[in-house]
Design a protein around this ligand. Structure first.
Ligand SMILES: Cc1cc2nc3c(=O)[nH]c(=O)nc-3n(C[C@H](O)[C@H](O)[C@H](O)COP(=O)(O)O)c2cc1C
Length: 958
């Protein structure tokens, strides 16, 4: 069942996120698309070999199929409301978060002003003002560059129903002065902590007037139907405080917790579990997956509700929290702690014994096993070993939290011997496999030796820099990665894999445990150093054997770490790599699984569904940042609107990031999802299926077009095997995430099961998470899968309502006969499955490919992380239709990179309301069109940073 917001959407025209005028949606007969007029020559279909040798896999240039506007105009009754029966939107998305945001309102519709938020009104005013300025200056907005084809197609009148008015969703905002911070906080808040109340029901949904005499595609907000607006200042901010730097999108719980926050006594029930200020998390219940009936808790405690404990709220968890105090949602049933009588009382806090760090000869003494006697049976269990008291525990957690890898700000002060001795003692007490203690510590002070080590590291640094995509290399150039010459002491930590003899316990099956043990010694050293006020920087830019020789170490040793140690000016709060924008911290909730991998749950939490959780995180564009972007563009030294479509993109980037100017989307990565298709058996393409795997190898070897384009624009190519038939050998750059080796033939049954479809979506979500956490600021879709345009056509037909004949294209360049067969195949599949667009996952399972599903996940994942996703061609368009049916606000993150020569792509873009940035008759896939669009997107953000304003440049405004 869909929530009202979806039903409303169904009844309304399509949103037009990227441009007010749906691309190519002019009168059907008006203009032949550019593709038709610019095709230089038609390569006879006979030129395409029916069977192609692997080396010849690069498709020949074939004349693109004519793109018929007629084919794309119909706006079907396909309910956008569609959400898989597994995902009830009203349950997975916080109730208040969507409705106002996603309703495109036709301009002509009478609009009741509903307490317009001041900022929203201001944004609308600005738009109007911008119009006036442009008009008065004679700087016709019409001068704004148009996409090639758009220039040929009569622009729709502004009163066309497709033109969405800005419909602003009021979102909670912070008190004056904290707005920006609050906005960032909201973006940063941890997945599990998104409060259901984030967008109050009582939100005003002001609908602004569009500027009358302005070309809509220039001045209207790009994603108006997914725009948030700030709330009136008086509105309370229901969000929990979650301070943090903008670059960190999710905050680790322990860092939210004041260091010295007193904790309730460990075993003081029931106060030990008390409602915390944080509001409840989103309800992620998926229909069909009914909540488990109340069962006794694993502890055997009864699952009775506690009268004072609100269910589903975040509470301060105390007691057996393994690491730090943190916020976690209550379990389905409140946790009733055992009463004091049945629990071992906490031992009185005793004076901590003086640490005895120096080892003694007695340490070598052992006790015979047979000297141990069984304790008397049947007595009540002895009290558990005492925990540390609050202050002690806090000291431990503090040193763990405040340990940093340091490269900058070292001082030359010498390290006293007793200090260094304590640090080395700490290292030496590390756990080790079979108690083999495989480490040695070589303390280096000599300037000459350090110089030699520095030189070795520098040459490796260079080699690494050369291996980076340009977008990354630029960033890396600025970074310091070692402080060998800046520190008075360097320590080499080695591992001796032979130590402890042949029968070292635990090393028999896992020889790597020896260096692991030495790594633990490093961590001990690091922590102890922090407690002494000493900074440590780990350098791993060494060819290990080279270093062994240079230092004259015994050849049988492995080098585990090279550490630079010294006093420092300060310890940064966050990892230096994070501060440099190189990486982001992954939240704990991403990495804790309950019982089986994939059942992510923090202790005390129910496992959460990755898809539902991701959807719940997707929010509209931020109206405040959007308004600031318009304002800034107006003040930049250029005529208002002169950057045309790019102004819209930069405003979208601002609204998405909640920052103005928005971060420049660099570095960027294209995720190329590869999968095979059972429908290949129907003869829909002359290309043999094995080409998919061969092209994957080509991508990994750097020999494909996408590699060349990625090199040119400085992007990373990340190849994901999500369903290739061939077994692909492990290769750097390949993510092995195969759900199954190819889908089933959609003309005889569903291409995949619903579970497989969801699993492939999750692959996409996780890919987005990985790439964003690794520091990418833009994601691009890419795909490879012989026969996947057949699948794309079927998906597009379902979601646009277009006839298969209108959306089925020549793909890699098929002849008329094959095209007729392919169209029939699409038609048969649709007849067989009778897909219901209200059930997007069902549609995906019936007709999609694994790569389509993974792209759906990438889009949702990117949107949930407020990261722009540049769409490639027809398969990405098909995936975007599915993603939009699952979560309409996903469009806030979507930018159409290019327009493919496939007719179905135009239909998809029109349905999505996206206007492509590049229109060059490409029909290759692989992410090529998206890659070409990347510099445009980056340029527009850069302009926001670098272009002077009339004020700052002293340029007179008209
Ligand atoms: C095994 C290992 C190798 C590392 N190598 C380097 C290195 O070569 N250069 C560098 O600048 N940092 C290096 N680091 C430090 C990491 O970049 C750092 O731990 C990470 O960014 C997190 O920051 P934090 O340690 O301050 O929490 C290394 C860390 C580890 C654990």
């Amino acid at each position: 069942m869909a929530g009202p917001e979806y039903l409303d959407v169904q009844a309304l025209p399509d949103p037009v996120p990227q441009a007010a005028a749906p691309w190519g949606a002019g009168p059907v007969e008006a203009v032949a698309p550019a593709a038709e007029t610019v095709v230089p020559e038609v390569v006879p279909e006979q030129a395409v070999p029916e069977a192609v040798a692997p080396e010849q896999v690069v498709p020949e240039a074939i004349a693109p199929e004519a793109v018929l506007p007629e084919a794309v105009v119909p706006d079907v009754a396909a309910p956008e409301a569609a959400v898989a029966d597994e995902i009830a939107p009203q349950e997975m998305v916080p109730e208040a978060a969507l409705p106002e945001a996603v309703l495109p309102v036709a301009e002509s519709a009478p609009v009741e002003p509903v307490e317009p938020a001041a900022a929203a009104q201001a944004a609308v005013d600005r738009l109007t003002a911008q119009t006036e300025v442009a008009e008065a200056a004679g700087v016709a907005i019409e001068e704004a560059p148009q996409a090639p084809l758009a220039a040929e197609i009569p622009e729709p009148e502004i009163s066309e129903p497709e033109v969405a008015e800005p419909v602003l969703e009021a979102v909670p905002d912070a008190a004056p002065g904290h707005e920006a911070e609050a906005a960032i906080e909201e973006a940063l808040v941890e997945v599990a902590e998104v409060p259901a109340e984030e967008a109050p029901d009582a939100v005003a949904a002001p609908v602004g007037e569009a500027p009358q005499a302005v070309q809509p595609e220039v001045l209207l907000a790009p994603v108006q139907e997914v725009m948030e607006t700030p709330v009136p200042e008086a509105a309370p901010a229901p969000e929990p405080e979650a301070p943090g730097p903008a670059e960190e999108f999710l905050l680790p719980e322990h860092e939210d917790t004041p260091v010295a926050a007193p904790q309730p006594p460990v075993f003081e029930p029931p106060a030990a579990v008390e409602a915390h200020e944080a509001p409840s998390g989103p309800q992620l219940q998926v229909p069909g997956e009914a909540p488990a009936p109340a069962e006794p808790l694993p502890s055997g405690l009864p699952p009775e509700p506690h009268p004072e404990q609100p269910l589903g709220q975040f509470v301060a968890v105390d007691g057996q929290v393994p690491t730090t105090p943190h916020l976690a949602p209550t379990p389905p049933q409140p946790l009733i702690l055992p009463d004091l009588d049945t629990v071992a009382p906490q031992s009185p806090v005793t004076e901590a014994p003086e640490p005895d760090l120096v080892q003694h000869a007695e340490d070598l003494a052992t006790t015979d096993a047979d000297q141990d006697e069984d304790p008397e049976p049947a007595l009540p269990p002895a009290p558990a070993a005492p925990a540390y008291n609050d202050a002690e525990r806090e000291a431990v957690l503090k040193v763990i939290r405040e340990r940093r890898d340091i490269r900058n700000g070292f001082r030359s002060d010498p390290i006293p011997h007793d200090v260094l001795l304590r640090v080395l003692e700490a290292a030496h007490t590390a756990p080790s496999v079979g108690h083999s203690q495989p480490w040695d510590f070589v303390v280096i002070r000599s300037a000459d030796t350090r110089r030699a080590m520095h030189d070795l590291a520098m040459s490796q640094r260079e080699a690494y820099a050369k291996s980076l995509p340009k977008g990354r290399a630029k960033q890396f150039k600025e970074m310091k990665i070692e402080a060998i010459l800046d520190t008075p002491v360097n320590i080499v930590v080695t591992a001796d894999p032979t130590r402890g003899g042949r029968h070292t316990l635990g090393r028999h099956t896992q020889p790597q445990m020896a260096p692991y043990s030495s790594a633990l010694a490093v961590e001990n050293l690091w922590l102890a150093a922090r407690a002494e006020g000493l900074g440590v920087g780990w350098v791993s830019f060494f060819d290990e054997r080279e270093m062994v020789r240079a230092l004259g170490l015994p050849e049988h040793l492995e080098v585990v770490a090279y550490l630079c140690v010294g006093y420092v000016d300060e310890f940064p709060d966050e990892p230096e790599l994070m501060q440099a924008g190189w990486s982001k911290r992954r939240p704990l909730s991403w990495v804790v699984h309950e019982e089986t991998y994939g059942r992510r749950a923090l202790p005390g939490e129910d496992p959460h569904d990755l898809l539902a959780e991701t959807v719940a995180q997707i929010r509209p564009l931020d109206a405040k940042a959007l308004g600031e972007a318009w304002e800034r563009q107006k003040r930049m030294t250029k005529p208002a609107g002169a950057l045309g479509m790019l102004e819209i993109i930069s405003a979208q980037l601002s609204g998405l990031s909640r920052q103005c100017p928005p971060p420049i989307p660099e570095p960027a990565a294209v995720a190329v999802f590869a999968g095979d298709h059972g429908v290949h058996a129907q003869g829909v393409t002359p290309w043999p299926q094995e080409v998919t795997g061969q092209m994957v190898a080509n991508f990994l070897g750097g020999g494909a077009v996408c590699n060349a384009f990625a090199n040119q624009v400085g992007a990373e190519v990340c190849v994901v095997d999500v369903g290739v038939v061939a077994d692909l050998p492990a290769t750097p750059g390949l993510l092995p995430r195969k759900i199954r080796g190819g889908t089933s033939d959609m003309t005889t049954g569903p291409a995949m099961s619903r579970e497989e479809a969801r699993a492939a979506i999750e692959v996409g979500i996780e890919t987005a998470r990985d790439l964003v956490a690794a520091g990418n600021k833009a994601l691009l879709t890419g795909e490879m899968g012989i026969a996947n345009t057949t699948s794309s056509a079927a998906l597009i037909s379902v979601f646009t309502g277009a006839d298969p004949a209108e959306v089925t294209g020549r793909g890699t360049g098929i002849n008329d006969e094959t095209l007729a067969r392919k169209t029939e195949v699409v038609r048969r599949a649709l007849e067989l499955h009778q897909p219901d667009p209200a059930d997007p996952i069902g549609v995906l399972a019936a007709l999609g490919g694994f790569e389509h599903a993974a792209m759906v996940g990438l889009l949702l994942g990117g949107a949930s992380l407020r990261t722009p996703v540049i769409l490639d061609g027809v398969s990405a368009g098909a995936a975007a239709l599915v993603a939009r049916a699952i979560a309409p606000e996903v469009l806030a993150a979507c930018i159409a990179g290019h327009r493919s020569a496939e007719p179905g792509h135009v239909a998809a873009l029109n349905k999505l309301g996206l206007r492509p940035l590049v229109d060059l008759d490409l029909r290759l896939g692989e992410g090529t069109g998206a890659l070409l669009a990347l510099p445009l997107v980056q340029s527009t953000a850069r302009a926001m940073h670098e272009v002077a304003t009339f004020d700052s440049a002293g340029v007179t405004e008209k």
